[in-house]
Structures are given as C-alpha cells and as structure tokens.
Design a protein around this ligand. Structure first.
Ligand SMILES: Cc1cc2nc3c(=O)[nH]c(=O)nc-3n(C[C@H](O)[C@H](O)[C@H](O)COP(=O)(O)OP(=O)(O)OC[C@H]3O[C@@H](n4cnc5c(N)ncnc54)[C@H](O)[C@@H]3O)c2cc1C
Length: 339
C-alpha cells in the first residue's frame, strides 16, 4: 500500500536478457525511466538477472540508469518464472520502488504478473504510453482497451510500486550520454532459488528468431494477397530493400505466415523508416502496430481503404501488378548504381 511504502527508490526497469545480450527494448525503457525519474527527482535502477557473462552492462548507464542490480548465477540462464519473479520481487521490495517497468515481450509478460502477485500490487500490461504526474507520482499508463477501439489511461492510486509492461518500440532509445553509475551485486538468500521447475532444454519455435522490430524497412501483406504464395513476392521486395516481411492477423490465422511476423495490437509494434502495406485494409488493430513508422506506403485496390488515410504514399491498384513493377524498378536502379 502507498501508506506502507514511500517509493523513494524511484523507477526500476527489469532488463530483458537474451542469448545475444541485453535486448534493445530494455534501452527503450531505461530511456523512458530516466524521464519519469527526473520528473520526481529519483533514481533509475536496472535489474539484470543472467548467467555469468562478459557482456557489458554499461550501455544501461549511458541511456539513463543510475544503478544496476546485477545478479549472475548459472541457474538464471533460462527463464524460470518461479525463481526470476521471486528474485525481482525481493529486489524491488528492498529497493522501495515507486515504478517498475518491463518490456511487454514473452519474458516480461510471463514475469511481471507473478511479481505483481508476490508483492500485492497491480499491473498494467502492454502499455503504449506512459506519463507521470510529477507532484503525486501517479503513473498515467496508456493502453488500448476493448479490442483496440478505445485508448484507456490507467492509474494505480492505492498501491506501490506502480507496475507496467510496455510494448517494444513504444519509446525511442535516448541518445547515449557520457555517464556512469554503480553496479551492485546483491547477495541473495539460497531460498530464493528453490524451485520445483526443471528446465530439460530449450528449443526454438519455427520462425521465433524473426525479429521484424529491429529493421528499417518492413513489407507487410494482408488478406488482399489472396494466397500464401503472395508472401514470396513480399519476401523478394523485402530482400531487395534489406528489410523484413510483416503480416496482418488474418494471414497469420490462415497459416500463410508465422506469428512472429504479425504486426498490430495482438502482434508486434514496429516503427521502421519505411512500412509498405500491400493488401491490408487498415483496421485500427493493425494501425496500432505500425502508425509510428516514418513513411507509410499503402498498396490497395480499394480507394476507400482506411490505410490510405494514414499513408504518405498511396498506390491504388492491384498489388500483383504494382509490386512486380516496383521490384523491377528497384532492381534496375540498384544495377545502374553498380555499373
Ligand atoms: C482484439 C483484436 C486484435 C486484433 N489484432 C490484430 C493485429 O495484431 N493485427 C492485425 O493486422 N489485425 C488484428 N486484428 C484484426 C483486424 O481487426 C482486421 O480484421 C485485420 O487487420 C484485417 O486484415 P487485412 O487488412 O489483411 O484483411 P482485410 O480487412 O480483409 O483487407 C484486405 C484488403 O486487401 C485489399 N485487396 C484485396 N485484393 C487486393 C489486390 N489484389 N490488390 C491490392 N489490394 C487488395 C482489399 O481492398 C482490402 O482493403 C485484431 C482484431 C481484434 C478484434
């Protein structure tokens, strides 16, 4: 309860650690946490749980953290929700956090509800915006609700810490600053590691490695492709532009392409430099995942398609006529540059 905790420990970010190191979505959250903490004159603490590693943690300082709580243990190599949530709950409880943030990735979505339950506070999942009332410290947590048709602002007035998971790419990574902080290695009681869960091994699901969020160009397809083979055409275009292929939900549901490609409310939020949408109508749930792209190019045969309303470039016509011409033109342009 607010009355029992004072939240003077500031803003905590639970870092997402992957095999490749600290994930960029953590830097996005540390950047935002800095802004929130500055408004309250408080600190930003990043919690990093991982197996022993040489991977540097200093980027967290450069993007906004004042302090890193680093716990390294062989047993933290793969996510064990029971152990990880217990340790995070212990660290934020001891640190008297006012706000706790984590990426709304599979890991964050698994971990944070368990942490919230352990420390008896609320959690707003999948936020697409965060602001703070500097005076009261109330976190204004924005997220789509009722199937994406309304945007709700949620407050947690009676409990501390205020906890939220935030969709990757919601906030930009702040430019790196020349700043350092302190790394603390808390000693943890062995009982925190007790678990009945045994990890027998890890296997990747087909397509799981696809990371469409990190690329500058995304070429997405929708039901207007009419058939799964349509994605080959999109892949050809994406390859030429060194981009990735995205998809609308119905194409994923139809198994034309795997889920990691899905853009939108129940898929990924992307913010590429160029987002080309072919045969996608532009439902609000799709827009929720791509409308912050720098340049939106829409290809649709219906001049009334809602996506045209947010597009910077509207190509009205049959995608099977337009895309091959676009591919030819880009290929010719590339060849000429090489000559
Ligand atoms: C809770 C909830 C969550 C959702 N989450 C998502 C989400 O994450 N992502 C998502 O995408 N959707 C999501 N949806 C579904 C969403 O409401 C729409 O149904 C979906 O986005 C429509 O997909 P689409 O544009 O591919 O298909 P359609 O709406 O069927 O549009 C197909 C478009 O293709 C055009 N077209 C047809 N043939 C051609 C052609 N030859 N050339 C050019 N254009 C052509 C048509 O004019 C049409 O505009 C969600 C819905 C709900 C209720």
């Amino acid at each position: 309860m607010r009355t029992e905790r004072n939240g003077l420990g500031g803003v905590f970010v639970v870092a997402e650690v992957r095999r490749s190191g600290i994930h960029s979505c953590t830097l996005e959250l540390v950047s935002k946490a800095r802004e929130l903490a500055d408004a309250r004159g408080r600190e930003v603490t990043a919690i990093v749980l991982r197996s022993p590693s040489e991977e540097p943690v200093e980027p967290l300082f450069r993007h906004g953290a004042d302090r890193i709580l680093l716990v390294e243990d062989e047993r933290l190599g793969s996510l064990n929700a029971e152990v990880h949530s217990r340790i995070v709950a212990h660290l934020i409880g001891k640190g008297d956090a006012e706000i706790v943030l984590a990426p709304a990735t599979t890991t964050g979505r698994t971990l944070l509800p368990a942490v919230a339950a352990l420390i008896h506070t609320g959690l707003t999942a999948d936020c697409t915006g965060l602001e703070i009332d500097a005076e009261t410290g109330l976190l204004l947590q924005t997220r789509p609700a009722i199937g994406g048709n309304v945007i709700a602002t949620i407050k947690t007035p009676d409990h501390l810490p205020q906890m939220a998971t935030v969709r990757p790419k919601t906030f930009p990574v702040a430019p790196p600053q020349d700043r350092l902080g302190r790394v603390e290695r808390p000693l943890l009681d062995e009982s925190l590691f007790c678990t009945s869960v045994v990890c027998l091994g890890e296997e990747s699901v087909e397509g799981e490695e696809v990371d469409i969020q990190g690329l500058d160009v995304i070429v997405s397809g929708g039901k207007g492709l009419k058939r799964p083979e349509g994605f080959r055409l999109l892949q050809e275009l994406a390859d030429l532009l060194e981009g990735a292929v995205g998809a609308s939900r119905p194409t994923v549901e139809a198994k034309w392409i795997s889920y990691p490609h899905q853009v939108g409310l129940s898929g990924k939020v992307v913010a590429p430099r160029i987002y080309l949408a072919a045969g996608i109508s532009g439902a609000v749930q799709h827009l929720a995942g791509m409308q912050t792209a720098e340049t939106i190019i829409a290809v649709n045969k219906d001049p009334e398609a809602p996506l045209f309303r947010v597009a910077d470039v509207a190509l009205c016509g049959d995608l099977y006529e337009i895309l091959p011409r676009l591919i030819d033109a880009i290929r010719r342009e590339k060849e000429e540059r090489h000559d």
